[in-house]
Design a binder for this molecule. Sequence first.
Ligand code: PMP
Length: 407
Amino acid sequence: ETTLDIQQIRQDFPVLHQEINGRPLVYFDNAATNQKPQSVINAITQYYEGYNANIHRGIHHLAEQATAAFEASRRAMQEFLNAKHWQEIIFTYGTTDGINLVAQTYGRRFLKEGDEIIISTMEHHSNIVPWQMLCEEKGCVLKVIPVNDQGELILEEYEKLLTERTKFVSCVHVSNSLGTINPIKTIIDKAHAVGALVLIDGAQASSHLEIDVQALDVDFYVLSAHKLYGPTGMGVLYGKKEILDSMPPYRGGGEMIKEVTFAKTTYNDIPYKFEAGTPNIADVIAVKSALDYMAGLGKENIAAHENDLLHYATEQLSELKGLRIVGQAAHKIGVISFVLDGIHHQDTGVILDQQGIAVRTGHHCTQPLMHRFGIAGTTRASFAVYNTRDEIDRLVQGLCRVQKMML
Ligand code: PMP
């Protein structure tokens, strides 16, 4: 059990205190996006109320204040990921945007026909489609690491895929559908041994696990703020400085240039080279509040509480007849995907919602993984720091009701 005062923590999240369909809300859709503490919400309104201004080019007071807050967020992210240089932190619109940036700049510039890119069976569509688009354009070949029945990557098969033709490996840190924590240090080291670069999709990992990009020696690491108790439509691409320096720019426009003439344009240094246009200033500023909030609780305390919920939920759900948990990896975060015999996941989701319980149903943007398990989708409950064992009891009762109504 946890040392955190969960009831106190719940007070920090205004959205939790409401009734849905006459019952207190149980929010178990945290893998899709988690809720925001008051301090994050305040950071956004304080910017718009107090110092809204465009950043970097202004010399007036508000512009300087906004720029300082924006760049303070970059330093906070640098610390959060333990990046060596602040220039290695690129603000994006999220994980999807970060992966597309790397595929469209590094990929288009440096990958050639016949080069091989390795991804895995458990990737989110955002770590599949950008590589397929690149393969279509450049004639690269996509290879896929298979998954075992527990929902873990089969590393011996990964090793067989690695050859001198492998130029890039892009793999998820934690599966959004199953909760599996992948052994990314091993994946990175083995890719480097054949000279391939590695991108890790940290969308699900970053609010649960410590991330140290230097210790991992990872080339690119991407995440989304909205899964970190922060705002939506905002994220980070970490990249090693010398690699980012070698890459062509992504979008053209303001901020990403040094000098523009009709004869020739020179590009700005990183990180600005990759940050064309007015960014999502308020939300970049607010992400620092989210990181401060998590640091205040302690990531290891958050993880310990979520682990307790995972074990309790696994135990309780396993008692239900006709329920099968999909993905039983030895190393998991607080995500449980399951199917109910004879009941469509959509019906499960609707009947739980009638009882005020928010879960996600469907393929979770991982259709190939669902195909691997021979299912169309699952019902997924995913936990955050503010969830409780009582709420898991509500889920179990809710599922009994689903079975009573549907069977
Ligand atoms: N990868 C994983 C593992 C995810 O869970 C998600 C979000 N569901 C994404 C990528 C995409 O993140 P975003 O929609 O914020 O770009």
